[in-house]
Design a protein around this ligand. Sequence first.
Ligand code: NAP
Length: 511
Amino acid sequence: MPYVVTQSCCADASCVVACPVNCIHPAPGEPGFAEAEMVHIDQDACVGCGACVTACPVGAIKADTRLSTGEQPFVALNAEYYEVFPHADRAPVAVVPPQRRLTRPGPFQVAVIGAGPAGLYTADELLKHPEVAGVDVYERLRTPYGLVRFGVAPDHTTTKQVSRLFATIERQPRFRYRLGVHVGRDVTLAELRQRYDAVVYAVGASADRRLDIPGEDLPGSVAATELVGWYNGHPDRAALEVPLDHERAVVIGNGNVALDVARILTADPETLVGTDLAAGPLGRLRTSAVREVVVLGRRGPAQSAFTVPELIGLSALADAGAIDVVIEADPDEPAGTDTRSRLLAGLARRTPSGDGQRRRIVLRFGHSPIELLGEHRVEGVRVVRNRLERAADGSVRAVPTDETSVIDAGLVVRSIGHRGLPVPDLPFDEATGTVPNDAGRVEPGVYVVGWIKRGPVGFIGTNKTCAEETVSSLLDDLDAGLPAPPAPAAAEELDGHRGRDRRRATVGAGS
Ligand code: NAP
């Protein structure tokens, strides 16, 4: 009974390490791992032991006999990977590397700033080393788990299961939370450096990229980062104005966040009862007038930023009759033969219900917004049709034509990517929205991990390998005696007057 990796794969590769026969790829260190949308099981080599199922933190691995109809395409998706990279040609890599031992005995104390996935994977990685006597995880909010709590779509309940892994990490005896402490405001880096041997920033990318078009700041134009926080109950977003009184909303950008937003806005709210959707937004969605969400991609279907597993999930919703999905693309653009193109072509062939009962998501390609219209609030989006221009290096860019049109809408969600914010006391690269670093090292004693290190791309599990790299740099420095250890007296002093929550927090999984 072979196993199959399905939609919620977080790519943290725990399954790769657990697999006794090296049949899950790409593995960390193999070509393509960093960009992989998911890992894949070679069904010819799988011995059906189920070790990967136990190791997977998000319940993404299922026996091929237990797949729902909507999950069936994952059998082909797993298999296709091995048509390109046959299993037999691979050197075995799925072995647990020997535990590194530091030459200096410690005990070392480390502060991690940010209790999202990057921070918690980092704490876990550090606590594998007995020389690390304690890891304090600082978080400005009163609740940990960052984007897993406030970013993952409420209907992706299996993805949210990763919080069980985080609960296991935080139960380790040398782990301690400092919740409700805003580093940079309540405590400075200089003060932390007096107390800790090393400080790791895992503060993510909490801002949104700007469109820089007229009307962007009209009421009714919201950033996806804000809207997603609102429906997930983020305390900073409770008062967000989200007009749901028009039958159409437009989402700009076509990454996974855009799809999340489009699904939530078109979902039957009763299917979201019992999820992490906040009570206020659930009430608002119950009375929402939105019937159609137009997801605007500036380039063509082949360049769409959403991942294939998410597209399979969307197709399954359409197949189940939960929503209609309509594809609007330039008919002159040659259709690709890859899985993405085939799935989109399948959706395009499907006839919408036409009964007016179902809400619908329109994936409109080849259009860019040039202006948000409206006097006192958003009333529409002026868009321009693009043609695609292929460069010699294979990249494809959108070039505006002179053909414009208006899409009436009462809500516009700008979903064109996150952006990191400058971190007090650290250098900052404005162009990338990241803190310049070398394998996570900003300078000996100060490190970064996650989106503030590498930019806002990748999945929850991508943070595991990212954390391994940063912790490796940190351990190199500790071993080299860099920086000088903090003075014990200074540490006491900080303890006496800083930080608001020095109790050991016990935090339940998930909610
Ligand atoms: P993203 O994947 O980077 O997508 C950004 C989208 O915005 C792209 O379609 C991009 O188009 C478009 N865009 C950028 N600038 C634009 C402009 N000026 N005008 C119009 N369109 C513009 O960002 P994201 O959706 O925020 O996701 C961030 C990361 O989180 C991704 O790695 C994503 O996969 C991950 N994530 C994963 C899941 C999941 O696994 N379920 C869920 C949510 C997020 P171009 O391609 O043309 O630049």
